[in-house]
Design a protein around this ligand. Structure first.
Ligand code: NDP
Ligand code: 2IT
Length: 450
């Protein structure tokens, strides 16, 4: 007979699916959380009585809008913009903006939902949100990106504010886009204030914010390794993606004495068996952030293998850091990783492993840090950027890095507290979901039925 929790999970999910039809990534993210929480809620009926989970799966507000702009040939283009204001129980809505042609309501709702738990885990006062557009920055000129960003902010500005909602970057949104959006906000509102994070250092940004997600994912990996008296030193690491998160994950692995042998983009992956050095990483930074080229150029430049149309999970490694996008590791990839001896997965990306892949990690008892814990370093330093903006001062690199390290270690501790099972194995999925839930749920209880 099915466990009472299983029955309740199925009942709950049937309602979520009926109400949010076709939003498969949102269903996936909610199901994982509900599976972790249901046994816990069985012992804490007060949260069930107050319908906390039902409320948490319904965004406080969804904003959807038209973004008209003109391309370089003078043609009018129309994109769709979104901001999901998911939960403000413990602070202003906070979370990134994604510009990618695949962006839709369901993807942004999954990201906003995950963000609520992630932000709670950081220990900082931030609620959860996410936004973006189906705009594709690839192949666009700087001027086109600027006009798009200005049009996007012309609408978004009326919904955000330093104490209301503070967006940041995500896929397709980096320093360039944050700059154009900040400029447009300032121009419309005649106000210089911390309405975005990931800003440039000259205009209110924080040191270490560009590095924070990648560094944080490696700090989290290191914390997991410590529980087995192990460290990054000498480890062979496979990384996917070659954007913001991947780049700084490479740098931190190098600093801790590991070797990174792969990077990828949506066209394929490179395999460098000698390892990516600081010098080669400088080439990647210039290639991806300035020239905006493809990772295949790395293979040409350094005469290494380029595997077209595939992801790097077939490469033998000790540790895997998925840093590209959702559902980039499926069940076969997970099996291949484990079979080849991989015993640590730390997720720089959001929900990069399918539920079946996660089952393989947990059955194999490998060290598995889910995105909402392992990649929380980015939003954590965004929270520190907000603090510095409020105080109108800026902290040193060392100060921010030390705070980031402490926060990642605290998140790890929270996961162990709520995720360790009778056998001594830490299920970081349960740990992150229960640990992230409690602060938000208690705040919601205190606020009454809002
Ligand atoms: P970037 O835009 O800087 O880089 C994204 C990278 O992932 C690129 O290499 C891109 O390749 C690849 N990628 C994107 N979409 C796909 C796809 N559908 N299939 C294959 N490859 C893809 O983004 P970030 O590095 O900022 O973000 C990467 C991940 O990390 C995302 O999941 C994001 O949500 C998550 N994250 C980001 C944080 C941040 O602070 N930036 C914080 C926490 C999580 P290509 O160039 O070919 O598109
Ligand atoms: O997914 C994420 O945590 C981010 N894209 C960063 C959010 C932020 O507000 O810094």
């Amino acid at each position: 007979m099915a466990d009472i929790s299983d029955v309740k999970v199925n009942e709950f999910m049937a309602k979520v699916i009926a109400k949010n039809q076709g939003e498969t990534e949102f269903h996936q993210a909610v199901k994982e959380v509900v599976e972790s929480l249901m046994p816990f809620l069985e012992e804490h009926p007060e949260y069930q009585f107050s319908k906390i989970l039902e409320r948490m799966t319904e965004p406080e507000r969804v904003i959807m809008f038209r973004i008209p702009w003109t391309d370089d040939s003078g043609d009018i283009q129309i994109n769709r913009g979104f901001r999901i204001e998911m939960n403000s129980a413990i602070g202003p809505y906070k979370g990134g903006l994604r510009f990618h042609p695949t962006v839709n309501l369901g993807i942004l709702k999954f990201l906003a939902f995950e963000q609520v738990f992630k932000n709670s885990l950081t220990t900082l006062p931030m609620g959860g949100g996410k936004g973006g557009s189906d705009f594709d920055p690839k192949g666009k000129s700087d001027n086109e990106v600027m006009r798009f960003c200005q049009s996007f902010m012309t609408e978004l500005q009326r919904h955000i504010g330093p104490n209301t909602d503070v967006p940041a970057g995500d896929i397709g949104v980096g320093g360039r886009e944050i700059g154009y959006m900040f400029g447009q906000y300032k121009r419309i509102r005649n106000e210089f204030t911390g309405i975005l994070t990931g800003k440039g250092l000259e205009w209110g940004g924080s040191l270490i914010r560009p590095e924070a997600t990648g560094y944080g994912a490696v700090y989290f990996a290191d914390e997991m390794l410590k529980t087995r008296n192990d460290s990054m030193k000498g480890k062979t690491v496979v990384i996917s993606g070659s954007g913001n998160v991947a780049q700084y994950a490479v740098q931190k692995v190098l600093q801790l004495g590991g070797k990174v042998v792969t990077l990828s983009d949506s066209n394929g992956y490179i395999y460098d068996p000698d390892g990516i050095t600081e010098e080669k990483l400088d080439f990647v930074l210039e290639l991806k952030n300035i020239r905006r080229g493809r990772i295949s150029e790395y293979a040409e430049k350094y005469n290494v293998q380029y595997v077209e149309g595939k992801r790097p999970w077939e490469v033998k490694c000790d540790c895997a850091l998925p840093c590209a996008t959702q559902n980039e590791i499926d069940v076969d990839d997970a099996r291949t990783l484990v079979k080849n001896g991989c015993y640590l997965v730390s997720e720089g990306a959001n929900m990069p492993s399918t539920p079946e892949a996660v089952d393989i990690y947990l059955e194999s008892k490998i060290l598995y840090g889910p995105g909402k814990a392992a990649n929380a370093g980015g939003v954590a330093v965004s929270g520190l950027e907000m603090s510095q903006n409020s105080m109108r001062l800026s902290w040193t690199r060392e100060e921010v890095d030390a705070r980031l390290k402490t926060i990642m270690s605290d998140i790890h501790e929270t996961c162990v507290k709520y995720g360790k099972d009778e056998s001594g194995y830490t299920n970081y999925v349960n740990g992150a979901n229960i640990g992230g839930f409690l602060k938000v749920a208690n705040a919601m209880m205190a606020h009454g039925y809002v």
